[in-house]
Design a protein around this ligand. Structure first.
Ligand code: ATP
Length: 448
């Protein structure tokens, strides 16, 4: 039977990571027991970035496997979760609620709504449990993690995906500095590899700083480029004693699917709102507050200084400019709703301003002779019988989309082509085999 496995919340502030748990699952349940077979690459699914109770990137996992016994698979996963808590995450100490769902693939359409809602809105646990309880051969935990777990199942890679190749480190050994390798690899492969290096701060973004087992997560849209970085990393002697496994994930990262087009934003959603700038205020620290009229209501949008070029672009906006803001909506005691921008597309700029005409005789500037009386050239005295003229303004902005330099996991980049055709089971086996060949001989460990 084809089943979908959903996982969430296997991390804690002390350690662990749901992707790591999924990798261990693939290793220990799938590889060591022949009765369960992986049918596609594991899916790393980002959910609503505006959910207030997420601790980091609101990630959940989905895997598609073949098994004769979904119930046994579910209980094996629950046991593995207990072990993971003891060995890695210590999540119980922090009240984490790791979710596990096992659902026959034939029920996918019945739960697809939870992906759409989980991505864009708030999902209610009672709704999930009520729905899952009605489905045959379906097994699930009853805690909050069930929300992310079931939501992840509905992600359909053929609607657009990118990849993330994650390498893990052995028992939290300090991460070596990988800035140079990542920079040179991304420069070579860009835009097949993207958002792995911050060229302004000169540091690899793909290396996390927290206590989780991730050594590095490399983003890209091309498996050959990703495998070639893996090859370079394996060559690096500094990684020999650190590496502990790797997994290639298909993800909805950087596809922009979280954004809802609307004139009426609601709290805890990611929205795209088109409107006209009514005014901007640059705060002393550099944050920009703008009032934007959507035609339905006037909203306050903040563009934080940390968004870099996006904040600099927002500082140049003027009254009358037409923009499309992509933002997370937060309730605010001061503003009612506050839109925190992650991207702004400039639809139309107020390009012209009215000014005194230039002298047609000598090209000098002119001064007004009073209302409807024309202008006199300041240089040669010629009297120009005309009204003010429209002259182009130097705006320093173009009609394009400006994206935050601290984007969210789901933020779309215009230069990244999202893939739509998922590797088939044969390619999946090939890719996993290549990864395992790359990593296993180096560390002599249980590698994927
Ligand atoms: P990660 O560390 O894996 O990036 P995170 O720590 O930010 O993610 P989770 O550990 O996944 O977040 O915890 C988020 C919690 O919120 C989970 O319990 C999940 O079930 C729940 N959740 C996620 N999205 C929604 C949603 N749209 N509506 C309601 N609850 C949600």
């Amino acid at each position: 039977m084809r089943v979908l496995v959903g996982l969430d919340d296997h991390d804690s502030p002390e350690g662990g990571c749901t992707t790591h748990f999924a990798t261990i699952f693939v290793r220990s349940i799938i590889q060591d027991r022949n009765e369960v077979r992986l049918l596609s690459l594991p899916r790393l699914v980002r959910l609503n970035p505006a959910i207030p109770w997420k601790t980091r990137g609101n990630a959940a996992l989905a895997l598609e496997v073949e098994t004769d016994d979904p119930k046994d698979l579910f209980y094996s996963l629950v046991n593995l979760t207990e072990e993971y808590d003891r060995e890695f995450s210590k999540g119980k100490k922090y009240g984490r609620q790791p979710g596990v769902v096992v659902l026959p693939s034939s029920h996918l359409q019945s739960v697809r709504q939870f992906y759409i809602k989980g991505l864009k809105d708030v999902v209610i646990k009672g709704d999930v449990i009520a729905k899952l309880s009605k489905l045959s051969d379906t097994y699930f935990t009853l805690n909050r993690g069930v929300i992310g777990s079931v939501s992840a199942l509905g992600f359909a890679p053929n609607e657009g995906f990118t990849y993330e190749l994650i390498l893990y480190r052995k028992s939290y050994i300090e991460r070596p500095n990988l800035d140079d390798i990542i920079k040179s690899q991304e420069e070579k492969e860009f835009p097949k590899l993207f958002f792995n290096y911050d060229y302004l701060k000169n540091v690899a973004i793909s290396v996390p700083r927290g206590p989780d087992p991730v050594l590095i997560g490399i983003r890209g849209n091309d498996t050959i480029s990703l495998l070639s970085v893996a090859q370079e990393l394996v060559k690096s002697s500094s990684l020999r004693d650190v590496l502990d496994g790797a997994m290639l994930f298909v993800t909805n990262q950087h596809t922009g699917v979280h954004v809802t087009d609307t004139v009426q934003p609601r709290p805890y959603r990611s929205v795209k709102v088109r409107g006209v700038v009514l005014g901007t205020e640059i705060k002393p620290g550099g944050d920009v507050f703008m009032r934007v009229d959507s035609g339905y209501e006037v909203y306050t949008t903040v563009v934080y200084k940390e968004t870099g070029t996006l904040a600099r672009a927002a500082q140049l906006l003027e009254i009358g400019d037409e923009i499309e803001v992509e933002a997370v909506v937060k309730p605010s005691t001061e503003y009612g709703l506050l839109l925190e921008a992650e991207a702004i597309r400039i639809v139309n700029l107020v390009d012209y301003e009215l000014s005194n005409p230039k002298c047609p005789v000598c090209g000098g500037s002119s001064e007004s002779l009073g209302k409807n009386k024309g202008f006199r050239c300041r240089r040669c005295g010629f009297v120009i019988k005309s009204n003010k003229v429209a002259v182009p303004k130097a705006r320093g902005l173009t009609l394009s989309r400006y994206v935050s330099q601290r984007p969210r996991h789901l933020t779309r980049f215009d230069y990244v082509e999202v893939s739509r055709s998922e590797p088939d089971p044969k390619e999946v086996q090939d890719l996993l085999h290549k990864l395992s060949e790359l990593f296993a001989p180096k560390a002599g460990l249980n590698f994927i």
